[in-house]
Design a protein around this ligand. Sequence first.
Ligand code: PMP
Length: 413
Amino acid sequence: MSSVSEGTILDVRAIRRDFPILTRQVHGHPLVYLDNAATTQKPQAVIDAELGFYREICSNVHRGVHELSGRATEAFETARGRVRRFLGAADDHEIIFVRGVTEGVNLVAQSWGRANVGPGDEILITAMEHHSNIVPWQMLCQDKGATLKVAPINDAGEVIPEAYAALLGPKTRLVAMVHQSNSLGTVNPVRKMIEMAHVAGALTLVDGAQAVAHRNVDVRDLATDFYVMSGHKVYGPTGIGVLYGRAELLEAMPPWQGGGDMILSVTFERSTYNQVPFKFEAGTPNVAGAIGLGAAIAYLDQVGLELAGAHEAGLLSYATEVLTAIPDLRIIGTAREKASVISFVVDDIHPHDIGTILDGEGIALRTGHHCTQPVMDRFGVAATVRASFAMYNTREEVDALAVGLGKVIEVLG
Ligand code: PMP
């Protein structure tokens, strides 16, 4: 791997060389990849780690006595240790491998939720949640006769502190909140929100899907009960993610899915369950994915998340300045604390048309509701165009976006 940071400035050119896909052309243009909130591209180190597993040590984990199984298990558990350090957790047993944020939230809703939420109880979320942090709670509330409460946001896309405080109460069993919004870019004051939830006697779950790629996260400093992340948003593979949970909570929670590896013994009458985290990892896990995620974290450690985050903050303010100068363009999401995402609409032009024309220029960004339909409703739009930045993006790419938007407006405006 090349040297990717030079002192206090990110060496973006060196970073770009680590990502093979960034040299490709799309529709005859150099790829300008600005869809990082949907998924990030993968450095060679991650690709090599996945390939290396299949080429050298492919085997199932935890069950074999042979050499390859031992090596695969060791690599899988090493990856767990890397995630544990990455999130600042106290113990490897608090790190559960799942498919991603979606599965992590569903696990907590179904396991902890079904055991601890009853009629009259409340689950509190915010109005900027991704569907994956709404629907599992809705399903739980419907099943249990509980109520889903929603903390409103202001016109900038920030949770209104007084409204949040007013919604917390003795019936609140859990607060589920996004760390960084994927459609607005808002970074929530989660530490404070967690503290307030705890004072009210509620547990907390933080959706870290977007946050972990842009800032250092320490679950013990946040004092959250649960934290979920997806590997593919942090330069790792798809199909692998992590649920962090405080050990005593995980130990008390019933298993969610039944199957191999999550048991100690099985008879037709009854089964006894394995210890955490294995109790929650039924069946063959995504071994290659976990190893790839471990490699992504090692790569990020080498780059330095703080440097990456600072570079992305520079890109966001540059993009905000450049896009604000475009007539008839309205930015959706103007929170004071914001990172790596710029969502916008242009008067009288459908976001999908903008996306399609920009695609013709090799510019990849996302249009639609971004799995946050309530956010679209809140801002009175059906969809937005969203550019989202990663550490390998450049100001030249922001300029390319502005030029592309100029063309769109010329053609359709
Ligand atoms: N929450 C947020 C804030 C997200 O951006 C996403 C992915 N768009 C998710 C949850 C769901 O993540 P996944 O699809 O990896 O489960």
